[in-house]
Design a protein around this ligand. Structure first.
Ligand code: GTP
Ligand code: MG
Length: 318
């Protein structure tokens, strides 16, 4: 464990935007090492200004290609950029990491771009908490815009989309079932829809399908739909404009502040929940007790809510 002096020195280097310090800090928070707590406490007050943009969608639709183009455009407009690719090791993406590496190499020597991949493996508690902490590090390091790429449409992705200020959902012509699956979750929270690979047949139809889905789940706002050809850098300026427009509108009408506040409420609740559970286990629910209780739930002698009442009663809170 590093001493407090080392932690504050690391925090200072992160805040100065030192790439190696940022990498080290991210490793600490990703692995939830003990030093990560004081480090995050030091960085948090300085992490308020970054715009977090989520880029999500089914495997292979061109998310990384778009992130690469958006990064280039953001740099051209003078913004510093953080890129977090969550779970590029999913079974779907296969060899995509290599492609991503080659693609992003153009930014590798740019000190104002920081790129990091996070694997889902080993994060049984979900990715929301580690992702939030990585975002804190990047924002404190002075990155103006942080692009977060996630594959798929599962619970993790919904959580990560919720961590974004602006959410982009990427689709391509010819998706079929995957498009139907999207209806349930991410469809409702997307701010911008991208019809990528618009060089292919069916872009127009996909756009009509998205509009039809949106009309089924009426929302207060109308998300933008942008057609792109990422590999030719077509439509990407319009995409970035759409992102900034969502941000400006949300900042003006209070939506952005509300979203961030709700997110912090969830983070607080989750952190309290985890800490309480740790204490409950330590004080009144040793492993063998927990197993016995679970056994009774399995045998349906007791229901989970009553079991929880019983456990909570043991700590004797007023
Ligand atoms: N024709 C065409 N191909 C594209 C376009 N955008 C990306 N591709 C190609 O689609 C493939 C997948 O692109 P990626 O950017 O890796 O897609 P991804 O969504 O990040 O993939 P995963 O991270 O594996 O889910 C690559 O071969 C790209 O070159 C496009 O607009 N048109
Ligand atoms: Mg990718």
């Amino acid at each position: 464990v590093e001493d407090p002096g080392e932690v504050s020195a690391l925090a200072a280097r992160v805040r100065a935007g030192d790439t190696r310090a940022v990498a080290r800090a991210i490793t600490l928070v990703e692995e939830a090492l003990p030093e990560s707590r004081p480090l995050l406490a030091l960085l948090y007050p300085h992490a308020g200004d970054a715009l977090v943009v989520g880029v999500t969608g089914p495997p292979g639709v061109g998310k990384s290609s778009l992130v690469d183009r958006l990064t280039a455009q953001l740099r051209a407009r003078g913004h510093t950029v953080g890129v977090v690719a969550v779970d590029p090791t999913s079974p779907f993406s296969g060899g995509a990491i290599l492609g991503d590496r080659i693609r992003m190499q153009a930014h590798a020597t740019d000190p104002d771009v920081f790129i990091r991949s996070m694997a889902t493996r080993g994060h049984l508690g979900g990715l929301a908490a580690p992702t939030a902490d990585v975002l804190t590090v990047l924002a404190a390091a002075g990155k103006d815009v942080i692009l977060v790429e996630t594959v798929g449409v599962g619970q993790d992705e919904v959580e990560i989309v919720e961590a974004a200020d602006v959410s982009i959902v990427v689709l391509v012509p010819g998706l079929g079932d995957e498009l139907q699956a999207l209806k349930a979750g991410i469809m409702e929270i997307a701010d911008v829809f991208v019809v990528n690979k618009a060089d292919r047949e069916g872009g127009e139809r996909l756009e009509a399908e998205i509009r039809a889905m949106l009309s089924l789940a009426p929302r207060p706002d109308t998300p933008a739909i942008v057609r792109t050809v990422a590999i030719r850098d077509q439509g990407t300026t319009a995409l970035l404009d759409a992102v900034f427009e969502v941000r400006s509108r949300a900042a003006a009408n209070g939506g952005l502040a509300l979203k961030r506040r709700l997110r912090l409420r969830r983070q607080l609740e989750e952190a309290v929940r985890q800490r309480l559970m740790t204490r409950v286990r330590r004080r009144v629910l040793p492993p063998e007790d927990e197993e016995r209780l679970l056994e009774r739930l399995v045998r349906r002698e007791l229901d989970p809510a009553s079991a929880a009442d019983d456990v909570v009663a043991r700590i004797g809170l007023p």
